[in-house]
Structure formats: C-alpha cells, structure tokens
Design a protein around this ligand. Structure first.
Ligand code: COI
Length: 376
C-alpha cells in the first residue's frame, strides 16, 4: 500500500528546547490509516497535524478499545535521525492489538509509516543530548454503536512530539510511593498490553501519590499486595548485594523495550541477574541489612531513572546509590548507543532513510518504496 503525503502549508516553529518537557508540543504532520470490516486496512496517509472529528457514539469513547506505543528518534551529531529498537515496538503494538481483539496490520507498513513521517518532519527532531522526538503510534475503535463487542472500524494514527525529560524533576532521583490499596491489573488482565485502560486505572493512585509529594507509585500484585510489579510508567530494577533483580514478565507487567535492553547489557557485562518475584518486605529487609544498593526504573519515556526514595507504610526508604552504580552504567551505555556515541553492537539502532523520491499526483505526494522496507 502506498502512503499518500499531504504537506502542511502552515509549518509551525519548534519551541525552545528548555520548554519541551514531555508530550506538550506536536510536529507538523501525522500518519493516518483506517480499517473497515469488508475492506480491511486502507488509505495510509500523512496529513497536516489536526483535530479528529468523531461521532459521540464511537466505540473507543465508551469501552476503551485502544492501544498505543511509545518510541523515540534521536538526532545524531552527523544530522542523521535514528530509531531505537523500532521493530521491538512494532511487534509489541501487534501483540497489544491481538490482546484487544483489534484486526491485524502489516508490521512493515507501520515501519514505513514511521520512516516516512519522520522524514517529512525531520526538522522536529531536536538536536540536544537528552532530547528526542517521541513517536506515539495509536490505534482506536471508531465504529459508531453502543453494543459491547469488538469494533468493525478502526483508525491507526501516529503523532510525534519533541521531548525532554519525562519527570518534572528532570534527571534527579524520583520519589516513589509503594501502593498497597489500589492495583494496576490482575492476572489474566491486560497488564502486558499497552492499552489506554491500564493507564486510566492508574490515575487515582498516582494522583494520591503526587498529593503526598511522590512522583509515581510502585505497583504490587493485585492478589496479595506483596509482590513488586512495576512503577507507573516504568519497569523496575533493584540491586541487592550486587545482584540485579527485576520482576518476571507474566502478563501483569509490560514487556519493556528498555527493560529488555538493560537485561541484555547486564548479561554482556557478566552481572548476576535474577528475574524473579520479589516482595516489598524483601526490599525493606535488604535496606535494613544495608544490602539495597540501587533501585531504578526503565522506560522509553523515562529512560533509566534513579529511584531515590520508596515511601512505604508511612516511612521513607532512602536509597543512596554509589557514584559507580550499575544504573549509571546502564544509563550511559543506553543513551550512548541512542545518541550514536557508543558502538551499537546489538544492532538496536536503525537510521531513518531519506526519501529517495516523491512522485506527484493530484497535488499530493506519494512515498515510493525504499530499500529498507520495500513497501510504501
Ligand atoms: C513510554 O515509556 O513510552 C510510555 O509509554 C510511558 C508513557 C505512558 C508516558
């Protein structure tokens, strides 16, 4: 399928880097593609960034059949634009769709859509270390009706946003509240999928945590409220007595791409890893014994984020990592690879190709196949 390109006639200014924050500004264009039962996926296109107009009965507005992804593009010193583990994100988008009963789509087409959109909006990729263009592929149910069943119509869209640090505190250590009352998802739920409902369900707990002066919550398992799951927008890691420990994937936590990268690097470096269930009591005991050396979160938006404090049962567990921490090493290595400062031995980074040509038809432009994807 060819991607039609309609360019905006009103390009906007990129805001100053210091004002970027996270997800506040959007680039000039977006990608759209629609699905309707008999026809399947059709009309992939890039159009000027603009509001949608939907019928109030659109299914997504009522039952939340919706999925998304989050990945980043980095501008290197040579001016090239590079994506980190893009196919891992596209694959997870496919798995989330499967879990939410959303019809299958072509992975290569999504990759080509990301490439083409980034190529059109190249100037929106900021060029300072610590900044990136955040890419948000999203897919929503658009059929107009109120019955509870999978929609027969969908819209996929990809928007992009120039971003700086995710947390308002920047790279400073975060304060995380252990959540014992509310749960994120139960076993068998949608915890492994990136679906809007998981985040909606987290809002009350994070609002209460923020009111108490914390940045986010640490979720415990929904059944016993003992086993650590993940932080609001990150997977979580602990270093206890030199061992890197993280909760295992099992359907209740997100299969994070940064999580995977941390584990692969730790394996390369010969760090002892335990992917296992760990209780909050064990963390507190390790802290009392002086063995809790580090805690950090990993995520596309948050990168590798130091956890400086865990609030639990009215007390704060302070975690003072050493200057030569594993967390710092993961941060340096991952961001070094992302920004092209460190050799990418894993083949995680791919460069956004320059469009080889655009053919004009009816005032539109059409992306032609490129060597990387063979589709357009
Ligand atoms: C990401 O890290 O990309 C996420 O999806 C977190 C987001 C909900 C802000």
């Amino acid at each position: 399928m060819k991607i039609l390109i309609e360019k905006t006639e009103r390009s906007r200014e990129m805001p100053p880097i210091a004002e970027l924050g996270f997800g506040k500004y959007f680039s000039d264009h977006m990608f759209l593609m629609d699905y309707i039962g008999e026809e399947g996926w059709h009309s992939p296109r890039i159009v000027p960034f603009q509001p949608f107009s939907f019928d109030p009965s659109s299914l997504v507005l009522h039952y939340g059949q919706s999925i998304f992804e989050g990945l980043k593009a980095y501008r290197w010193k040579d001016g090239s634009i590079n994506l980190f583990r893009v196919m891992d994100h596209v694959d997870r988008f496919v798995r989330s769709a499967e879990r939410l009963v959303i019809p299958e789509f072509d992975r290569e087409l999504v990759l080509n859509a990301i490439h083409t959109l980034l190529d059109v909006d190249r100037r929106w990729v900021p060029d300072e270390e610590g900044t990136a263009l955040y890419i948000r592929p999203t897919l929503i149910a658009t059929e107009n009706m109120l019955g509870v069943r999978p929609s027969n119509e969908y819209r996929m869209f990809i928007i992009t946003s120039p971003v700086g640090a995710y947390y308002a505190c920047g790279m400073a250590p975060t304060r995380i509240l252990v959540e014992e009352k509310y749960s994120r998802v139960p076993e068998g739920g949608t915890g492994g999928a990136k679906t809007a409902g998981n985040y909606a369900a987290s809002l009350k707990a994070s609002a209460e945590a923020k009111r108490l002066g914390y940045n986010q919550v640490l979720w415990l398992d929904a059944k016993e409220h003992r086993f650590i799951e993940e932080v609001g927008t990150m997977n979580v890691f602990f270093v206890i007595d030199g061992v890197l420990i993280t909760p295992p994937l099992g359907g209740t936590i997100l299969d994070g791409v940064t999580r995977r990268s941390v584990l692969e690097l730790a394996r390369d470096w010969g760090v002892e890893i335990q992917e296992r269930r760990i209780t909050i009591d064990e963390i507190a005991e390790a802290h009392i014994a002086g063995e809790l050396q580090e805690a950090f979160g990993s995520g596309t938006a948050a990168v590798i984020s130091q956890i400086g404090m865990l609030g639990w049962r009215g007390k704060d567990i302070e975690i003072n990592e050493r200057p030569d921490s594993l967390r710092q090493r993961f941060y340096e290595e991952i961001t070094g690879i992302q920004y092209g400062r460190i050799e990418d031995r894993h083949g995680w980074v791919t460069t956004v190709p320059n469009a080889q040509a655009y053919t004009s038809s009816n005032g539109h432009h059409t992306a032609v196949p490129d060597e990387t994807t063979g589709t357009a």
